[in-house]
Design a binder for this molecule. Structure first.
Ligand SMILES: O=C1O[C@H](COP(=O)(O)O)[C@@H](O)[C@H](O)[C@H]1O
Length: 224
């Protein structure tokens, strides 16, 4: 794991967009299609804005989230809404987007179909990950129902996750899928997240789920 500390958040967002553009361009030289997995939440929007302005053969890029909340696309907490509005737009409008939500009461009712649609887009080549101060990444939350299944060596691609106190059920790429990406970038802001990350290094993935994806990852941090 390598930590890159940026003097300023705007600079970090631009630099990470450039690094991702280089990763994509390199991968597109050797593969017909390349899969990029990206986080939702409050942090990555500016990276998406900059990356979507880059001239790449986006029609050969498959985009998916690292995780989704079980809410429809027009909901304020939908990660899909964020990615569609800020990444799969502009020059990147031709990228193929794979949603993790379908209208059903619970993920288990439709997860097999959602997963089947992902087969052609596996494995993930480039993963961008966020992290909460509780050391969760994607929707791999400590003390959640689903974490054990999502950390298993033979985990499915997608796992439903529930945690008391969270407003929504989640669907997350499993740890083995995220960790298996050729390039992994963790994007975090703030002293609390840096401290959590340092602490996570000494803990198990069950205690600190981010630990499951840290091997070989580049960490991008700014004070925020
Ligand atoms: O719930 C989520 O949280 C993490 C971190 O989000 P942030 O708002 O603290 O940046 C995010 O990476 C994940 O995709 C999202 O669903």
């Amino acid at each position: 794991m390598k930590i890159i500390e940026y003097p300023d958040t705007d600079i970090m967002m631009m630099d990470v967009a450039n690094v991702l553009a280089e990763d994509l361009s390199e991968a597109l030289h050797t593969k017909d299609r390349v899969t990029l997995a990206v986080p939702g939440g409050t942090t990555p929007g500016p990276v998406f804005d900059a990356l979507s302005a880059v001239d790449l053969p986006w029609e050969r890029v498959d985009v998916m989230l690292t995780d989704e909340r079980w809410v429809p696309e027009d909901h304020e907490r939908s990660n899909t809404a964020l990615v569609k509005a800020r990444l799969v737009t502009n020059r990147a409008v031709g990228a193929r987007f794979f949603p993790f939500f379908a209208p059903a009461e619970k993920p288990e009712d439709v997860l097999a179909d959602i997963e089947a649609a992902l087969i052609g887009a596996m494995p993930v080549d480039i993963a961008v990950l966020g992290m909460g101060a509780d050391m969760h990444t994607a929707s791999l939350f400590p003390d959640s129902d689903g974490l054990e299944a999502a950390l298993a060596a033979d985990a499915p691609v997608l796992v439903p996750v529930r945690k008391a106190g969270l407003p929504d059920v989640r669907v997350t790429l499993s740890a083995r899928v995220l960790d298996g990406a050729m390039r992994k970038h963790v994007l975090i802001k703030g002293d609390d997240k840096k401290e959590a990350l340092v602490q996570a290094r000494g803990l198990s993935p069950r205690e600190a789920p981010i630990k499951a994806v840290l091997d070989g990852a580049q960490i991008h941090w700014s004070k925020g």
